[in-house]
Ligand binder design. Structure first.
Ligand code: C5P
Length: 289
């Protein structure tokens, strides 16, 4: 099954539906975020699922345990493939969310089947990549973001969720503290221009994603596709070799002149990297790939 998740970051639900019609569910899952869901709601999720797509409902729930448990149960009832909660909501909130998923028929979590079982995956958001040390300090957390990521990923692991969303630079931290079955979902992906970004047009920053800066300068080995507002990116190959399970890709697909061709190129690169990872033991993985 595909490891690619296309972020459907369009303001207009009609645009989302029209764009999804140009994609192939065999090549990509789709991510529906707060903006789209607030506008178009469960009907959009239903439509995407009826078209054959697995949906990652990226709503980042964070509230008292009972409220989050009920919301997560509703997400599971919608039949989505994956949803997420803020790990900062604490142990009792995470456990309540996990228990709620397990109570919904077909919503049960089972992290050991490679992602293709019927139930919903529940993953945790650690530290938003928009937050720097000074931001954490301002809300009373006197820690480096990386230290906080490790702490929250450990909590997510210990409370029995399926994995975390993390930036590429956090992959080594997470992989070091969790078993191979613990899922990592990684945004900040940019293919090399010669590999898959034959967009035929300049990819412009939407300027709407203040939350996506992934940290330091783009490294010298950076991919050649436009980074947009992503400040540190990895290629699909680099992310897979660093231990990513699922890659979230937005503009390299949504702004491509030929989105289907962009998907094919991304999937080819991911498949080759998974093969390479398996045969070079780049990271300790024992999942059924
Ligand atoms: O267009 P692009 O590939 O940068 O889109 C990445 C997607 O992943 C967007 O939906 C963005 O909001 C999301 N995301 C991110 N960085 C994070 C968390 C989420 O880019 N740290």
């Amino acid at each position: 099954m595909t490891r690619l998740i296309t972020a459907l970051d369009f303001a207009d639900p009609a645009e989302i539906r029209a764009f999804a019609a140009r994609l192939d569910p065999a090549l990509t899952r789709v991510k529906v975020g707060n903006e789209a869901f607030t506008t178009a709601g469960p009907a959009l999720v239903d439509d995407l699922q009826a078209s054959g797509f697995d949906v990652f409902l990226d709503l980042k729930y964070h509230d008292i345990p009972n409220t989050v448990a009920n919301a997560v149960a509703r997400a599971a009832s919608l039949g989505v493939w994956m949803t997420n909660v803020h790990a900062g909501g604490g142990r009792r909130m995470l456990e309540a969310a996990r228990d709620a998923v397990e109570r919904v028929p077909n919503g049960r979590m089972a992290a050991d089947d490679g992602g293709d079982r019927g139930g919903m995956f529940l993953i945790g958001v650690t530290v938003l990549t928009s937050l720097e040390r000074t931001d954490l300090g301002e809300v009373g957390l006197d820690v480096e973001p990386a230290e906080q990521v490790a702490r929250l990923a450990t909590l997510v692991r210990d409370t029995g969720l399926d994995g975390v969303v993390c930036s590429p630079r956090e992959l080594p931290i997470v992989r070091a503290l969790a078993p191979a079955s613990f899922l990592t979902v990684t945004p900040g992906i940019r293919p090399r221009a010669d590999a898959s970004n034959a967009t035929g047009e300049e990819v412009k920053s939407s300027g709407t994603q203040a939350d996506v800066a992934l940290g330091e300068e783009t490294p010298a080995s950076a991919p050649s596709a436009p980074a947009d507002d992503q400040r540190r990116t990895l290629t699909p190959r680099e992310a897979i070799l660093a231990g990513a399970d699922h890659l979230v890709v937005g503009r390299p697909v949504t702004r491509a002149a030929d989105p289907l061709a962009a998907l094919h190129a991304l999937v080819d690169e991911i498949d080759a990297a998974v093969f390479e990872r398996r045969h070079t033991n780049a990271v300790p993985r024992d999942e059924a790939e």
